[in-house]
Design a protein around this ligand. Structure first.
Ligand code: ADP
Length: 251
């Protein structure tokens, strides 16, 4: 009851849309303020890849990120993951100011707190499903007492208990994406980011991939952000964040 009593409703204005959100009193899992990412262009000018005034996503919230091609969805996910540094503005993951961290510290933060699922899986082709998960754990300095058991359990949870020794080219696309999800969950992330995770899997597997992402994140209380241009994926989320192309007003 005390927990519920602490909940207050407040407003977040995001790209001109006003949303009512329930605050738990905890700091948001993700907070963006006045972020710009600008790249040099080959003609000597610049390209603005991302412009976002404000975004807050609560702990445990699940959000679809939509917008036309070129609106900066991938850039935003990479900025949140600390892969891409911003040109200006603030990016917070929980209490960590990502925009102030040098690259090695961003890498450590990503290893500790963030799981990423890519469109094209990005599995290591020379290694088995089990090894792909174990390598991600080792790179993040994961201190599981029995890493092999942990990775095996995760792969069993995503339905691949009988495919531990298979390499990516011996797996279907849906199975590869499930390995990628197990890998993304391996270090107990508080935030899971998925960039068009169903773009390269068939329709049946797409539904299984999303079920898995949503249920695993809900079970763990992890925040989930899924970029998509697919209306059926978007329809699965009660909150949708829309990006518009930089310089183009949102409607
Ligand atoms: P989306 O995922 O919504 O399709 P992206 O984040 O991939 O959009 O790209 C947003 C814009 O930024 C595009 O116009 C793209 O060409 C540009 N962009 C992305 N990455 C780079 C880069 N490394 N160098 C120059 N321009 C880039």
């Amino acid at each position: 009851m005390a927990y519920l009593a602490r909940r207050v409703h407040w407003k977040v204005t995001f790209l001109g849309h006003t949303r009512h959100m329930a605050s738990t009193g905890l700091s948001p899992a993700i907070r963006i303020h006045d972020v710009r990412k600008v790249y040099p262009s080959p003609d000597g000018g610049t390209v603005t890849a991302l412009e976002l005034d404000a975004l807050e996503i609560g702990q445990g919230e699940a959000v679809a990120l939509v917008g036309p091609s070129g609106s900066g969805k991938t850039t935003l996910l990479h900025v949140l993951a600390g892969i891409t540094p911003v040109s200006s503005g603030e990016v917070w993951i929980g209490g960590d100011a990502v925009h102030l961290l040098p690259e090695p510290a961003r890498d450590r933060l990503r290893g500790r707190q963030i799981g990423i699922v890519f469109q094209t899986f990005n599995l290591l082709g020379a290694f088995s499903a089990l090894e792909n998960v174990l390598i991600a754990m080792s790179m993040a300095g994961n201190r599981q007492t029995d890493p092999r058991r942990h990775a095996t359990d995760l792969l069993a949870r995503v339905g691949l208990g009988d495919r531990l020794g298979h390499r990516p080219n011996q797996l279907s696309s849906g199975q590869q994406q499930r390995v990628a999800i197990a890998r993304a969950l391996a270090n107990g992330p508080s935030v899971v980011l998925a960039d068009e995770p169903t773009a390269h899997v068939d329709e049946t597997s797409a539904s299984a991939v999303l079920d898995l992402l949503q249920s695993e994140c809900a079970d763990r209380g992890a925040t989930l952000v899924v970029s998509t241009h697919d209306p059926s994926v978007r329809a699965r989320f009660s909150r949708v964040v829309s990006l518009s192309r930089p310089g183009v007003p949102s409607n």
